[in-house]
Design a protein around this ligand. Structure first.
Ligand code: SF4
Length: 404
C-alpha cells in the first residue's frame, strides 16, 4: 500500500509544536488565515482554535461536545469547529491532553481574529476573550472581493499596523520591523514549498491526494513563519518528487481525477480516501489545501503584502473570481469532475447554496457532484448515501471518458 513516509516526521513536528506551549512565555491565539507572522515577530507562540476544532472532528469527539455549546444558546447549525471547540472547553477536555500530554488548550495572552474567512470567528474568539479576560483584536477586511484594490490593501494594512501597540503591551517587546520581515520571508518560502508539494499531484499517478493534503497541511497552518515549517515541506517535497520519478502513487491506474471544493469531512478522511482509491479515482486538488498558498507575501513591504495575501484568499472572493480560480485549477490538474461539499455548518466555505456548481458545469462542460456533510458534525453526513452518490458519479465519469 502506498504511504507517504514523511508522515512520521509530521507527527514529530506537530508534537514539538504543541509541546512548545509548555514553556511558552507568551501565547497569542489567531484565526487560521489571520496575521500569524506579525504575532510571531513579537515572540508569541501562536495557537489556532480552528486546528483544535479539526482535531476534535478528526478524532470524532466533536459529537460529544457540541451539545454543551448548544445548551449555552448557540445554534447547532453554526460552525461545528466553533461548537465542538467551545463544548470541549466547557468539558475541560481536549485531544491535546491525550495526544500531546498537555494539561489542556494553551491560555491566551492575546486573541486575534480576521473576518476574511467568516464572521463566526468574531463570536467564537470573543467567547474566549471573556472566558480568559484576555485582550482581543479583530481585523475586518472587505468581503467577497473581485480583485483586491490598492485602497482595500491600505485599509487592511492600517488595521494590521493598529495591532502593534497591543502586541507590544501584551508581549512586553517592542515592534521590530526586521524581525517581521524575517518571519514573513520564512512564511513566504514555506508557502512556496507547500504550493510545490500540492503541484506534485499534477502528475499521474499523483503522489499526494486531497486527504493526505489535509493532514500534511498542519505545519503551513500552525507553523508558518518558522524555519521548522520550511524544513518540513522541503523533506515532504523531496519524497513526493522521488515518488513521481518512481511512478509511485495511491492510484496507479487513474480512471478519473477529481477536484474537491469546500471543507473536508474531518471524521471521514480515511474512509473517503479509501473509497476513491478503490474506485481508481485520484482526488488531486482542492480549494481547501490551496487556502494556505499566499503568493503576495513580500518581506520588502510586510504590512501591505500580508494585508493583500490575507484578503485575496479564495473564501473571501466574489463568485466570478472563485469561478476563474476553480477553472484554472481544473485545467492545471487535468480534472475530470468536481465534487462540491455542502458543509451544513459552514455556508462560508460551501459554494453550493446559490447555484454555482450547476453554472460551472454548464459553462465549462465539466461534470459536478454536490455531496452533503459537515466538517465535524457527523449527524449531517450519511455514509451510505454519500458512498452511492460518489460511486455513481465516478462511474459516469468513466463512461464519459470512454465515449470521448
Ligand atoms: S470558515 Fe467555516 S469552518 Fe472556518 S471558522 Fe468560519 S464557519 Fe467555521
Amino acid at each position: 500500500m502506498y504511504e507517504i513516509q514523511t508522515t512520521r516526521l509530521l507527527r514529530k513536528v506537530m508534537k514539538d509544536y504543541f509541546a512548545g506551549f509548555r514553556q511558552a512565555d507568551k501565547v497569542a491565539w489567531c484565526t487560521s488565515v489571520g496575521p500569524a507572522e506579525l504575532l510571531r515577530s513579537f515572540g508569541f507562540e501562536v495557537y489556532f482554535p480552528e486546528n483544535h476544532g479539526a482535531l476534535l472532528g478528526a478524532t470524532r469527539q466533536a459529537g460529544e461536545y457540541i451539545p454543551a455549546t448548544v445548551n449555552l444558546g448557540y445554534s447547532g447549525d453554526i460552525c461545528s469547529y466553533l461548537t465542538s471547540d467551545i463544548g470541549a472547553f466547557l468539558h475541560q477536555k481536549s485531544p491535546l491532553q491525550t495526544h500531546y500530554g498537555l494539561e489542556g488548550i494553551p491560555q491566551p495572552d492575546l486573541i486575534v481574529y480576521n473576518t476574511n474567512q467568516c464572521r463566526e470567528v468574531q463570536d467564537w474568539f470573543n467567547y474566549y476573550a471573556k472566558a480568559f479576560n484576555c485582550p482581543i483584536i479583530g481585523i475586518f477586511p472587505p468581503r467577497h472581493v473581485e480583485e483586491v484594490t490598492d485602497s482595500e490593501v491600505a485599509d487592511v494594512s492600517a488595521q494590521f499596523q493598529a495591532m502593534v501597540p497591543l502586541c507590544e503591551a501584551t508581549s512586553g517587546r517592542k515592534f521590530d520591523i526586521d524581525k517581521f520581515r524575517e518571519v514573513l520571508r520564512l512564511s513566504k518560502e514555506a508557502t512556496y514549498l507547500w504550493k510545490e508539494v500540492l503541484a506534485t499531484a499534477k502528475n499521474t499517478p499523483a503522489p499526494l491526494n486531497f486527504f493526505d493534503g489535509t493532514v500534511h497541511m498542519g505545519p503551513i497552518v500552525v507553523l508558518r513563519g518558522t524555519q521548522k515549517a520550511k524544513d518540513y515541506y522541503n523533506a515532504l517535497l523531496e519524497e513526493l518528487r522521488e515518488n513521481v520519478r518512481n511512478g509511485a502513487g495511491a492510484v496507479r491506474q487513474e480512471h478519473s481525477r477529481i477536484f474537491w471544493d469546500g471543507m473536508p469531512i474531518c471524521g471521514k478522511l480515511r474512509t473517503l480516501a479509501d473509497l476513491f482509491i478503490e474506485n481508481h479515482s485520484a482526488v488531486v486538488a482542492s480549494t481547501y489545501c490551496n487556502s494556505w498558498v499566499f503568493d503576495a507575501f513580500d518581506e520588502k513591504d510586510p504590512f501591505a503584502s500580508s494585508a493583500k495575501a490575507y484578503t485575496e484568499i479564495f473564501i473571501n472572493r466574489s463568485e466570478d473570481a472563485k469561478v476563474r480560480m476553480l477553472r484554472q485549477m481544473v485545467d492545471a490538474f487535468r480534472i475530470d469532475g468536481v465534487i462540491f461539499h455542502d458543509a451544513k455548518t459552514c455556508f462560508n466555505n460551501s459554494n453550493t447554496r446559490f447555484g454555482l456548481p450547476l453554472r460551472f458545469q454548464q459553462e465549462f462542460d465539466i461534470p459536478v457532484l454536490v455531496i452533503e456533510g459537515d466538517l465535524c458534525d457527523l449527524r449531517f453526513y450519511s455514509e451510505g448515501q454519500t458512498t452511492t452518490k460518489i460511486e455513481t458519479f465516478l462511474e459516469q465519469l468513466e463512461s464519459l471518458k470512454s465515449v470521448h
